[in-house]
Design a binder for this molecule. Structure first.
Ligand SMILES: Nc1ncnc2c1ncn2[C@@H]1O[C@H](COP(=O)(O)OP(=O)(O)O)[C@@H](O)[C@H]1O
Ligand SMILES: [Mg+2]
Length: 297
């Protein structure tokens, strides 16, 4: 388990990580979200012991960052993972396995696990970005870590490669691993993580399940109502809202007003063709929690 208590980091006389406390339990996937420069990479590097802590404490299964025990238990996939282009995936992974004291066959198992077995003999220069990220994950998993720190692992991946990557992350957690992964992409986290921590300018501004964050933000639900042909004006006259893409009208309401609004829409079958309900997405939450508190609406 990872425990971070009131951690502070100064850079150039400025706090880039301010009093951050966060835990990640075994089997848990926690998303660390934040804009570029929010402090995600810095926090991960503090956990790894690659950057010195200026205040507070971090413990990795009871061990301090950078200790041999902590390093043995921790996997790290850096933001810009890079490999020797002229070597094959298998050559690189076997080499790294030797450095970590793992068997060469373990490298082959991991290539299989991340779906690279068929391409293991190809040069890395011929790999797609998604394949390189999967090789990066295989590299991080050498030595059987219990905590995985993944820094923006899906940036630059296409939707299918992302989906596959999250499958692997899910397997890690299902096997009892603790996973902390950073991202500035938001929507993809929705069904993929157990808890969400949002960093803004070095401060942790939210740390909860998606459902609880939704509730505490109290953001509106949107209803998209498609009008029957040529009835969009009538529909707006009845319901208000604003016109989107020609025939549809969008209405916003609080979660507890939704049923009442749905009834009034239902009472207009001659005007209404279809309804979509759009709950607040992670993007909305992210905007809400990353805005300064006094400007939240
Ligand atoms: N090596 C460094 N020296 C000085 N400042 C740094 C260094 N690395 C990062 N920073 C600063 O720390 C802040 C957080 O950066 P970073 O952790 O990389 O953010 P993120 O990963 O969320 O994009 C930024 O303001 C960045 O400019
Ligand atoms: Mg970063």
């Amino acid at each position: 388990m990872l425990q971070i208590d009131g951690v502070i980091k100064y850079r150039d006389g400025r706090q880039t990580v301010t009093n951050v406390s966060l835990t990640v339990e075994a089997g848990e996937r926690v998303a660390l979200l934040g804009h570029n420069g929010a402090g995600k990479t810095t926090l991960l590097r503090l956990i790894l012991g690659l950057t010195k802590i200026d205040g507070g404490q971090i413990s990795i299964f009871g061990h301090p960052p950078g200790s041999i025990e902590a390093r043995r238990l921790t996997a790290y996939l850096p933001e810009n993972v890079d490999f020797h282009q002229s070597l094959s995936g298998k050559e690189v992974l076997r080499h790294l396995a030797r450095l970590k004291g793992d068997r060469a066959t373990r490298a082959d198992d991991l290539l299989e696990r991340v779906g690279l077995a068929a391409d293991a003999e190809r040069r890395i220069s011929t790999y797609s970005k998604g394949m390189r990220q999967r090789l990066g994950l295989a590299q991080a998993l050498l030595g059987d870590p219990r905590l995985s720190l993944l820094d923006e692992p899906t940036s630059g991946l296409d939707p299918i490669a992302r989906w596959e990557f999250y499958e692997l992350v899910g397997e890690l957690a299902a096997g009892g691993g603790a996973v902390l992964l950073s991202s500035h992409a938001l929507t993809e986290m929705e069904a993929r993580t157990d808890r969400i921590a949002i960093l803004r300018a070095g401060k942790l501004v939210a740390n909860d399940t998606l459902e609880s964050l939704r509730r505490s933000a109290g953001l509106p639900v949107r209803l998209r109502v498609a009008a029957r042909p040529d009835r969009a004006e009538d529909l707006m006259a009845n319901l208000g809202g604003c016109r989107i893409n020609g025939r549809s009208v969008e209405l916003a309401c609080q979660a507890d007003e939704k049923m009442a609004l749905l009834s009034s829409i239902n009472a207009l079958p001659h005007l209404v063709e279809d309804i979509d309900i759009v709950p607040p997405g992670l993007d909305d939450l992210y905007r809400y929690f990353s805005a300064p508190e006094e400007t939240r609406s």
